[in-house]
Write a protein that binds this ligand. Structure first.
Ligand code: S3P
Length: 445
């Protein structure tokens, strides 16, 4: 693949197309890590085949777990809760994946020898204190690099349960404490701001871990009783709503188009983008809803929007839309009126500083945009996009979501776009360009 892609033409109208979106990244990584702790063979169907998931697979293999990848399924042969084979000088590389890095650390709290966890340039700049702080409380030895990777973990056979308040609204932080609790005798208690709840649903419905969950007004209260062996399980992974969102926004912003996305995870803790877009005037619908191990799954129907209106959003939907804000900003830039979004400091802690990048891209597109107090952003919508200009996107730390949102902007608005680092989307959505081509997009690779 070359160093950049070129897009010179808006996508044409597409009518009544149906697409299947690859497996959910959060659930795929959780499947790999949690099945490696069971005793026996676990099988996943529709596991996401992406670089982030490969990082999780390769890390678990290094811990002595056999993994067999076939065309449509992936088998993991767990050796029990304490079945990892720790060797001296073990290094696990989480690549670009924050979920892998943060969650795998929590599986290492019984490590006999120090294990080093490393990552790529972008991941090495991200905050790890959010997990090293609670993990140390379990009674293990852990050294980080000023709150960043590399992390060196030497575990203990005598970890102690903890009580922890998770105040960032981070599912990765909450899940790290939950997974460490599995290997710890006694009851670990977590008070957590709401965030995606895939780990809770898997613990309760799939792993059958003794867990109590209370969802109160502001916080979720979770209690986990540890040191119980986990029986193997099978899991059919639904499509990823974060990946689906690129196609939802493309359809909304294109003319006279209609799209159905099949079998997508529509867990209420993940559909902030749908709620926000519908508040802005989209009419996105869920069809054929069903429950699978507690996860809500369904088809998504989206049509081109006739009118979209600006929005002043409070922060209540932030965590359920956290990976989709760049797309929401793009829609706001095409609305009548001024939109504002607040309390988005977590956005600048992702694979790149996404809040700053959002502002930069919109300004380049001649959209008046300003950072406002409370880590917020104000966007003055402008329907008249300049199509006769060149737009170049580069130096964005190879953040997959920046690459993909720029591609959607190019295909829905027009103009001449040169977007660097096309390999980046393989982190989460390797079939992204192929699916766009199926809808008629013209992309020069
Ligand atoms: C994820 C949680 C979110 C999200 C990330 C995946 C997960 O991060 O941004 O892409 O799988 O738990 P935080 O938990 O840090 O908000």
């Amino acid at each position: 693949m070359s160093k950049f892609i070129l897009i010179k033409k808006k996508i044409d109208t597409f009518k009544k197309k149906t697409l299947s979106i690859p497996g959910d990244k959060s659930i795929s990584i959780r499947f790999i890590l949690l099945s490696s702790l069971t005793k026996g063979k676990c099988t996943a169907y529709n596991l996401l085949d992406s670089d982030d998931v490969t990082s999780a697979i390769e890390s678990v293999k290094k811990l002595g777990i056999k993994i067999i990848q076939k065309k449509f399924k992936c088998e993991i042969h767990g050796k029990g809760l304490f079945g990892f084979k720790y060797r001296k000088n073990l290094i696990l590389n989480a690549g670009n994946s924050g979920t892998t890095a943060r969650l795998i650390c929590s599986t290492l709290i019984d490590a006999e020898y120090p294990v080093k966890v490393i990552g790529d340039k972008s991941l090495s700049m991200r905050d790890m204190k959010r997990i090293t702080k609670p993990l140390k409380l379990f009674g293990i030895k852990l050294k980080d690099n000023n709150g960043r990777l590399p992390i060196l973990i030497k575990g203990s056979k005598f970890t102690k349960p903890i009580s922890y308040i998770e105040n960032l609204g981070s599912a990765q932080c909450k899940s790290a404490v939950m997974i460490a609790a599995l290997k710890t005798f006694g009851v670990t208690k977590i008070k957590s701001l709401p965030s995606r709840n895939h780990t809770e649903l898997m613990f309760k419905n799939v792993l059958k871990v003794p867990i109590k969950i209370k969802n109160k007004k502001k916080y979720d209260y979770i209690e986990i009783k540890g040191k119980n062996e986990i029986a193997p399980f099978n899991y059919k992974i639904p499509g990823d709503i974060s990946s689906a969102s690129f196609f939802i926004v493309l359809t909304l912003l294109s003319k006279n188009s209609k799209l159905i996305l099949k079998n997508v995870n529509i867990n209420p803790s993940r559909i902030g983008i749908i709620k926000i877009l519908n508040m802005m005037g989209a009419k996105i619908k869920f069809l054929k809803k069903k429950k699978y191990y507690g996860e809500l799954v369904g088809d998504i129907l989206v049509k081109s929007a006739t009118t979209l209106k600006a929005i002043n959003l409070n922060s209540s939907l932030n965590s359920s839309a956290i990976d989709e804000f760049l797309l929401i900003f793009l829609v706001a830039s095409k609305c009548e009126g001024v939109s504002s979004f607040v309390k988005l400091s977590e956005l600048n802690k992702k694979e790149s500083k996404r809040l700053d990048w959002g502002i930069k891209i919109l300004k380049m597109m001649n959209i008046k945009t300003r950072k406002i107090k409370n880590n917020g952003i104000k966007i003055w919508g402008n329907k008249n996009f300049q199509k006769n200009k060149n737009y170049i996107i580069k130096d964005y730390l190879k953040d997959h979501r920046i690459f993909m949102v720029a591609t959607i902007a190019a295909l829905s608005l027009g103009g001449n776009w040169k977007i660097y680092d096309p390999n980046s989307f393989k982190t989460s959505f390797p079939t992204f360009l192929k699916l766009l081509t199926k809808l008629g997009a013209k992309i020069n690779e």
